[in-house]
Structure formats: structure tokens, C-alpha cells
Write a protein that binds this ligand. Structure first.
Ligand SMILES: Nc1ncnc2c1ncn2[C@@H]1O[C@H](COP(=O)(O)OP(=O)(O)OP(=O)(O)O)[C@@H](O)[C@H]1O
Length: 850
């Protein structure tokens, strides 16, 4: 794994101090989320604890959360935690994040925390490592999710989807790109590319930078924020090779085209073109090259640190080339983008004493007309005095200054929106191939649940989408659980967790629900935001369980509240009817439909002038369009096996290594991770196969399973469960596994730890005794040895000066001398006797003499 290793799985997990989890708890803290505290004393339901900051407190047991034993530290799948609680989940994510491990599983979810730094975990080598590996085999990773989806698609012959959600800046787009990178590498067509022809996988990869140039912008939270949702489907042939792709986009943020806050920017492409424009381009598109010269750009910042817009534009052009855009198509995009800038600069004035605006200087309008292929006089007239239909006749209607300015903004927004949709359709055209398509993997990159200070129509749309996606998740989880329970013949009253969300979804989308009342009011000529609120109250106040009116004291001046699964959100009704109707100046649209540029003419082909909208005709409000698109998405998703990725933004400073606990907790709540845990707790989240259960917990009831004789796993497990005296509601016996409610395994683990502790202490005591006895015996032997030595020494000291002894020591050497004289004589005789010596004899004689 090279460098990647430490960021995926750490071999020897740095278990700090092994703590006894029964003596510790988590207590809530405003700043840190949760603090660890040591229990000093238990008084019934109150605990006196010492917090890790040194502070001593008395807290109610209910307000604390149990701590997981250290062996669960940095758990790769949080569903396995003994105590599934908020504090445990937060702590686990935090510990892993600080160790550089950004991916963690939480049951069906893969949670990804934005590292805000480049990690070496997305290289081709890592792709190779994950190829064909099961989820449990490898550390958590987006590659693992993708690979599993890919293999499941091939094995089960089913379409797959990967749903990536999260707040702005949480890393959705980065992870989406990693999914695409993975499939392009693993399942590429392998076609060689040439100067002229790029291979399909490159085209799919390159679609992203192009969409980002037109659909991404700098926001306070994210320098490259996608201001639209997307569902990218990569199609595969029978043998798993890429056979094409398509993209569906959702809810582009149009308001950004005409105004931004002071720290934000318009879409990247505006700045890219202006910065990269050479003299020839400036002349062709009549632009100055300076963002500050244009009203639609002047409110925000012009540059992003460390981003070179000119370079980015070249990259955008390269992507267009890869995707085979013609010069004409590229020109069309530049023309529309620049025309919008000029449109913002057209100046209008209110005529004194008249409800009529005028355009004193048409220079900018001329540029708009030139670029859009229409006549300037027609454009100005249509803006100032549009033709509207009254009954069967058309009449010219004067417009005041505000009306004209607002219709310029609406036209600019709509022009951009339609151009963006054209761009997506154009990308799809290139990614469409003749290869046969058997399955697909769809990646959904969509904004997560939003709770802001002020929540508007946009928030309702996105929260409604997330409510549907969460229902989809709950339902899916329920199906999987049900399948497992059914397979195991478990006695269990089924609950469809998806139903929990139905009342809220009904409140929004059903007949007489919020969206249908909004639509009704949008058609009614005398309706306003106020009448809409009144109608909402009349239909839902006190009648719908999820609809509430805010308390008078509420700070954010919301008009109504919805109790979503992720929390209660107060919505402020401001311009909702207008946003929903999204009216356009039909006269200008008519002009555009007759543009000399065929692509511009095609943009508004499906537009229906307001006067000609008949009941039951194709005209759709914004909310209807969204609902329709969402329904299509849900149908698509229901036909797939889903995989869920939840991205988390760790802090608002865009910096690595910092976790803002409350921010993370809020997201865990909003993105359904905690909801998933809640569901887990309702069922039997922990399950162990019989043999493992017997092996691990037999120690708790030693006599329960007779040793030395065969007993089948189920029977043995049943006997063991019996002996453990578990409540009937705490477990279920399946056909291969025992299922437990949340927390039961934790208790068993604790008892097992206690038992092991007792056995081990006994064992240790015995061993210590044995060792001590051995040491004692040795010491005793040493003592008697010492005594012998001492006795001898003492004797020697006494003997040393005894006269007889001294005489003996002196005489003894003399005895030796007499003996050696005799030997010498004997040898001499031998020598004299003759030369017949053997070598051995000689040597021994010499040695003796020596
Ligand atoms: N896995 C990652 N590795 C390195 N940096 C990352 C990773 N994920 C996110 N980032 C950093 O965070 C920034 C924001 O991520 P990204 O644009 O994917 O967020 P997002 O959830 O798509 O936000 P938005 O909804 O605003 O588009 C990226 O530009 C990148 O700098």
C-alpha cells in the first residue's frame, strides 16, 4: 500500500490507555459535543463524575452516554460498536480523522470526512488494490463502494446507484469524481486514443471539468461549489466494459447569474472567458476583459486564491475538444455568457410622471442583440413595451423601471439555465454510443439537507428531495433487514421504517399539500405570498402532524415550520409565488426563438407564452418540474441496488486536522446516519453465527454445553442463551445466527471480560506462586551452599596456624622431590638399555619428566 497504508488502515492501532468502559461515560458539552468523564460515585440515578478537564460534576445517568471499550477504538464499521450512541459515533469518526483515515462505515452508509488535503489514497496502485475485493476485506474507501457496486452489477445483473450527499463543501463532487475515476480505470473500453479521437472513458472523465466551469462557483463555504445536482449514469456492456454515459442535472442556482454576495462569485466560466480573452476574442465578443466592468460580476470578488482563470479556461476548452464540441458550439456558449454580461449593463430610466421606463443609451443593448442574433430595436421595444395577450388580441403594455430591470434579470437567468441544460444535453450526445448497454451505475451528487437562519423556497425543494432520499434509504434498509430476518426464520413484527417519513412527504407533495397550494396560488391572479400562507394555515394548522406555526418568540421570522426527519425547519415565504412561476418576458423570448443563431433559437423552443397557457397544457411551475424530475429519479433509483455515501464537512475554516464537533453532529443528524442508528436499535443489529457465539461466550456458562460430546450449533447456542438468562425480547434464534438487540452483546462482552479477568487473575496467582516457590527453593539451596563454604573457610582459618598442619604443608613437597629423583634414575637406566623407543613412549617419558 506504500504511502497509502497509514491512511487506510493502521496496523497497530494506537490504543492509548486501556480503560474500563464501565467506569467512564460521555457527558454533553456545548463546545466539544461530548467529553469523557470518569465515574467517581453512583447514587441511584445520579453519577458524580470527573470530566477529563479535571472538573467534578453531578449528572443524571440519563444525560450520559455509555462509552465503548477501547477495543472498539477507530472501528471501521460503527454498526459493530457495543454502544451505538451519538457520542460513540462522533468519537470514532474523530479518532479516525485525526489518524488520516477519512472513510468509515456506519452499517449501510459510508461516511467520508473531508480531509482538506491531498491524501495518497486515490492512486492507480490503490485502485488495483481494491479491484474485486469484498467490502469486509479492505479498509473503508469510496473505491470499495464503487468496486462492490460494479461487481454486484455483473454478478446480480442489476443496475446500481451510489448516492452521495452532504452539505456544501463536504466533498460530494470530489468523491463523485473518484467513483468515475475508478470505473474508468477498471472498466475502460481500452481503446487507444489518438490526436483526433479520445476514448470514451476520457470523455466521461472530462465531462466533469466542463460541467464545473458552467455550474460551479466560489461560495463562502467552497471555492468550487457545484450549484446544481447531478445524476451521472455510466452504462456497461454485458462483459462489464463501459458502453456510454449520460448526465441529468437538477436545480441549477439561477439567482447567482445576476447577483452574488460580496465574498462569492458568479459561475467560473464568466471569469475564465474574460481573463483568457485576447484582442481578437475581445473584439469578437465586444468585451473589455475586466470583471469589474460588468454589473452582474461587480458585487462579488473577481478572483480565487491559487486559481488561474486563464489556465482554467484552457482546461475547459480542452474538455470541450475531448467531448468533440465544434467551434460553432464553443462560440455559442461564449456568446451567451458574454451577452448575459452585457445585458446586465443595459441602463434604464423611469420616465418622469409616467409608469414607463426608457433606455437612454442602447450601446449595451446593441451588444446583446448582436451576440444573440436579434434586432436591437426589437429587443428594446420588447423590454419596454412587451406585447401581451388579452383575450384573443395582443396589446402593447408599458413597463416601469422595476418591471424592466426584473425582466432583464429573469431573462438572463433563464438564458443561462437553458444554456446549461443545452450543455448537459450536448455532453450526453457525445457520451451516447452505439455499444449495447446492459446495466448502469448511477452516481447521484446532490446537496444534502439544509437548515439555515432563513429558509426559502430553494431549501424546501432540497429538503423535500432529501426527505424522499432518506425514505428510500430507510425502505431499502428495511428490505435488507427483512430479507435477513426472513432467511433466518426470525419471529419479528415488521415495521417499514420508510413509513416514518410519509406524513412529512405527504404534507409537501400530496393533494392540498404545500406544493399544490403553492401551484394553485401561482395561477390565481390576485394571490400573493400572504394569501399563500393563509391558505397553508387553513389547510394544515392543527391538521397535519408535521406542520407547525412558529412560536411568536422565534428569531428568524419564519412563517411556518415543517418537522423533517433531520429536525424542525422554519420556512420564510418571500417571493415564493414569483419563484414558482418564474415569469419571462414573452416578447423577448419570441425574439430569441427567431434568432439568427440556430442554437440560441432552439433554447426557448419549448417555452409557452403566459397568455397561451391553457389548463392541462404542458406548462409546469418550478415546483411541478422539480417534482416530476424527482419522481423520475426515484423510479430510476428504485430500479437499482443503492449504495450510500455521506460526506461530512469537518470545519468551516476549510482547514485540515480540525473537527468542529457540533457541526459534525448536526450533519450526522441531517444526513440520516443517526437516523440509521435509531432504526438499527429498533431491530436486532448484532448477529453472530452459532459456532462463534458458542466459542466466545461458553465461558460465561461453563456447565451449559456438555464437553466431549457432539451437539449441533443451534442446540448448543440455545442452551447457552438459556444459561445466560437473557430476556426473551433481547434475542432471536435464527437458523444460522443468534440475533441481539443493541447493547446486549456489549453486556455479554463485559461479563466475558470480567470472567476472563477472574480466570486470568487466578492463573496469574498460580503462576506467581509457582515461580516464587521455585525461587524459594533455589534460595534455600544457595543458603546451604553458602553454609558449606562458610564452614570450610572457618575450618581453614583455624587450621592455617596449627603447627602440625604447617609442618605437613612444608614436608609434603619434599616427599615429591624424593620420588622424582627415583624416577629420573629409572629413566636413565631405560635410556642406557638401548635405542628401541617408540614415539609414544618417548613423548610420555618427556611429559613425565617435565
Ligand atoms: N477526498 C478529498 N481529498 C482532498 N480534498 C478534498 C476531498 N474532498 C473534498 N476536498 C476538498 O474540499 C473542497 C470541497 O469539496 P467538494 O467541492 O467536493 O464539496 P461538495 O460537497 O461537492 O460541495 P458543494 O455542494 O458546494 O459542491 C474541494 O475543493 C477539495 O479542496
Amino acid at each position: 500500500m506504500d504511502d497509502a497504508e497509514g491512511f487506510l488502515r493502521q496496523k497497530s492501532q494506537a490504543v492509548t490507555e486501556s480503560i474500563d468502559s464501565k467506569k467512564w461515560v460521555w457527558i454533553e458539552d456545548k463546545a466539544e459535543g461530548y467529553l469523557s468523564a470518569k465515574i467517581l460515585e453512583v447514587n441511584g440515578e445520579t453519577l458524580s463524575v470527573e470530566v477529563n478537564t479535571g472538573q467534578r460534576l453531578t449528572v443524571k445517568r440519563d444525560l450520559t452516554q455509555q462509552m465503548n471499550p477501547t477495543k472498539y477504538d477507530k472501528a471501521e464499521d460503527m454498526a459493530a460498536l457495543t454502544y451505538l450512541n451519538e457520542a460513540g459515533v462522533l468519537n470514532n469518526l474523530k479518532q479516525r480523522y485525526f489518524s488520516g483515515m477519512i472513510y468509515t462505515y456506519s452499517g449501510l452508509f459510508c461516511v467520508a470526512v473531508n480531509p482538506y488535503r491531498r491524501l495518497p489514497i486515490y492512486t492507480d496502485k490503490v485502485v488495483e488494490m481494491y479491484k474485486g475485493k469484498r467490502r469486509a476485506e479492505m479498509p473503508p474507501h469510496i473505491f470499495s463502494i464503487t468496486d462492490n457496486a460494479y461487481n454486484e452489477m455483473l454478478q446480480e445483473r442489476e443496475n446500481q446507484s451510489i448516492l452521495i450527499t452532504g452539505e456544501s463543501g463536504a466533498g460530494k463532487t470530489e468523491n463523485t469524481k473518484k467513483v468515475i475515476q475508478y470505473v474508468a480505470t477498471v472498466a475502460g473500453t481500452g481503446e487507444t486514443k489518438s490526436e483526433k479521437k479520445q476514448n470514451l472513458e476520457d470523455q466521461i472523465v472530462q465531462a466533469n471539468p466542463l460541467m464545473e466551469a458552467f455550474g460551479n462557483a466560489k461560495t463562502i463555504r467552497n471555492n468550487n461549489s457545484s450549484r446544481f445536482g447531478k445524476f451521472i449514469r455510466v452504462h456497461f456492456g454485458l462483459h462489464g466494459k463501459i458502453a456510454g454515459a449520460d448526465v441529468e442535472s437538477y436545480l441549477l442556482e439561477k439567482s447567482r447569474v445576476v447577483s452574488q454576495t460580496s465574498e462569492e462569485r458568479n459561475y467560473h466560466v464568466f471569469y475564465q472567458i474574460l481573463t483568457a480573452a485576447d484582442d481578437q476574442m475581445k473584439e469578437k465578443y465586444l468585451v473589455t476583459g475586466k470583471p469589474e466592468d460588468y454589473k452582474f460580476l461587480s458585487e462579488g470578488v473577481a478572483r480565487i486564491d491559487a486559481v488561474d482563470d486563464e489556465e482554467e479556461w484552457h482546461a475547459t476548452c480542452d474538455s470541450m475538444k475531448t467531448l468533440r464540441f465544434t467551434d460553432e458550439e464553443r462560440g455559442f456558449l461564449i456568446k451567451v455568457v458574454m451577452a448575459i454580461l452585457h445585458f446586465g449593463n443595459v441602463k434604464f430610466k423611469q420616465r418622469p410622471r409616467e409608469e414607463q421606463a426608457e433606455c437612454p443609451d442602447t450601446a449595451d443593448a446593441e451588444k446583446v442583440a448582436f451576440l444573440l442574433g436579434i434586432q436591437v430595436a426589437d429587443l428594446v421595444r420588447s423590454l419596454l413595451r412587451p406585447r401581451i395577450r388579452v383575450g384573443h388580441e395582443y396589446v402593447q403594455q408599458g413597463r416601469n423601471y422595476e418591471q424592466v430591470v426584473s425582466s432583464v434579470a429573469a431573462l438572463s437567468k433563464s438564458l443561462y439555465d437553458r444554456m446549461f441544460k443545452w450543455l448537459i444535453a450536448r455532453i450526453n450526445k457525445t457520451l451516447e454510443t452505439k455499444f449495447s448497454k446492459n446495466y448502469f451505475i448511477g452516481v447521484l451528487d446532490i446537496a444534502g439537507f439544509e437548515i439555515f437562519q432563513v429558509n426559502l423556497f430553494e431549501q424546501l425543494s432540497i429538503n423535500y428531495t432529501n426527505e424522499k432520499l432518506q425514505q428510500f434509504f430507510n425502505h431499502h434498509m428495511f428490505i435488507l433487514e427483512q430479507e435477513e430476518y426472513k432467511k433466518e426464520n426470525i419471529d419479528w413484527e415488521f415495521i417499514d421504517f420508510g413509513h416514518d417519513l410519509q406524513p412529512c412527504i405527504d404534507l409537501i407533495e400530496k393533494k392540498l399539500g404545500i406544493l399544490s397550494i403553492l401551484d394553485e396560488e401561482s395561477i390565481y391572479p390576485k394571490a400573493s405570498d400572504k394569501t399563500f400562507i393563509e391558505k397553508l394555515k387553513k389547510n394544515h394548522d392543527g391538521k397535519s402532524p408535521k406542520f407547525k406555526l412558529p412560536k411568536m418568540s422565534s428569531k428568524n421570522k419564519a412563517h411556518f415550520e415543517i418537522e423533517h426527519y433531520a429536525g424542525t425547519v422554519g420556512y420564510t415565504v418571500m417571493g415564493w409565488l414569483e419563484k414558482n412561476k418564474d415569469p419571462l418576458n414573452d416578447s423577448v423570448v419570441d425574439l430569441l426563438r427567431k434568432s439568427t443563431d440556430p442554437i440560441i433559437a432552439s433554447l426557448f423552443a419549448d417555452h409557452q407564452p403566459e397568455g397561451s397557457r391553457k389548463k392541462g397544457s404542458q406548462f409546469l411551475t418550478v415546483s411541478q418540474l422539480h417534482k416530476e424530475q424527482l419522481e423520475k429519479l426515484m423510479v430510476n433509483l428504485r430500479n437499482t441496488t443503492p449504495h450510500f455515501v455521506r460526506c461530512i464537512i469537518p470545519n468551516e475554516k476549510k482547514k485540515p486536522g480540525i473537527i468542529e464537533a457540533n457541526l459534525v453532529l448536526h450533519q450526522l443528524r441531517c444526513n440520516g446516519v443517526l437516523e440509521g442508528i435509531r432504526i438499527c436499535r429498533k431491530g436486532f443489529p448484532n448477529r453472530i453465527i452459532f459456532s462463534e457465539f458458542k466459542q466466545r461466550y461458553a465461558i460465561l456458562a461453563p456447565g451449559a454445553i456438555p464437553s466431549g460430546m457432539f451437539m449441533d450449533g443451534r442446540k448448543a447456542a440455545a442452551k447457552l442463551v438459556d444459561a445466560l438468562q437473557l430476556e426473551p425480547n433481547e434475542f432471536r434464534m435464527g437458523t444460522t445466527k443468534v440475533f441481539f438487540r443493541a447493547g446486549v452483546i456489549g453486556r455479554l462482552e463485559e461479563s466475558r471480560d470480567e470472567k476472563l479477568y477472574a480466570i486470568l487473575s487466578k492463573f496469574q496467582a498460580r503462576m506467581r506462586g509457582f515461580l516464587m516457590r521455585k525461587t524459594f527453593q533455589k534460595m534455600q539451596e544457595q543458603r546451604s551452599g553458602l553454609q558449606i563454604i562458610q564452614r570450610n573457610v572457618r575450618k581453614y582459618i583455624v587450621l592455617r596456624n596449627w603447627q602440625w598442619w604447617r609442618l605437613f604443608t612444608k614436608v609434603k613437597p619434599l616427599l615429591n622431590v624424593a620420588r622424582s629423583d627415583e624416577e629420573l634414575k629409572h629413566m636413565q637406566e631405560e635410556v642406557n638399555a638401548g635405542p628401541n623407543y617408540s614415539e609414544g613412549n618417548l613423548t610420555s617419558s618427556i611429559l613425565i619428566n617435565l
